[in-house]
Design a binder for this molecule. Sequence first.
Ligand code: ASP
Ligand code: CP
Length: 330
Amino acid sequence: MAAIGAPAHNHYRSNQPSDHADNGFYGQDILSVRQFSREKLSYIFGVAGEMETLVRRFGSADLLSGKVLANLFYEPSTRTASSFMAAMVRLGGRVIPINEVHYSSVSKGESLPDTIRTLECYTDIIVLRHPEMGAAQIAADYARKPIINAGDGVGEHPTQALLDLYTITRELGKLDGLKVAMVGDLKYGRTVHSLTRLLSLYSTDFYFVSPDILRLPADMVAEVRARGHRAIEVEDVHEVIGEADVLYVTRVQKERFNDLAVYESVKNHYVVDPELMTAAKEKMVVMHPLPRVGEISYGVDRDPREAYFRQMENGMFIRMALLAAVLGKA
Ligand code: ASP
Ligand code: CP
């Protein structure tokens, strides 16, 4: 039972074909961004670039033909679920989508471990989104097949962070020396947690912009500072808008609040609109993992610094690269 960060067991040790490149991903779980080094990131980004070329030229390939993916989602999703499905299908594989667990035996009380044990009988890899932090690790502890964490509660969303970082490097041409402002729900936003950790591998200055009750967990701020990064916490986005190379905006995570009155008190705290954008640098990008529920006005969609739609598209290429790498075909 491998802990996050420790080398995971190789699920394909004994009985799999040997046509995989030794890329360090073959047969591995993808549970946390802590598994990634700069070298591993640039490998995945290189493969993602090839996947983009492949899709633009041919639409699809048969790299993963014969492989089957289970898409197991205990929480709602549009992008992550559909881009994993599209990624698998474009590589010639097939998908069992369990996007609505209420129609599965989960509604009869079946546990996560038993659900995982069931799906791995039929598939080669399982993508899991779950409301509880640590659920992906639990699934991996029980599974013989690779598990990909598609969001575990307020924990991590590693594949989102990969596509976020890929988008930054595509948009700005570098990852070192950037000033990144994370805006919104930094407490519950799992994409912020994963992206902050990944950006810590580069020489990043951080601005953490949130209402007081939604600040980034103190241990994460300490972790970033201990790695030698400048990390400034502010409440007013105007204080940092003129400095940021990346404005990473997030939704207040309504589903994590016990008291909806508290959610109501912070939900409209930030709105990035064309007026705010007049104070931003000419060369910078506005990103958002999406869905947005008012944090970025539609007026910003016409701004050339908007990157959230390209970010979303990049997700499919990154997930194609990951699936190919984990299934030994990259
Ligand atoms: N879609 C992202 C997530 O699942 C961000 C969000 O929902 O606000 O974490
Ligand atoms: N960014 C993201 O995870 O979107 P979904 O929740 O729609 O999958």
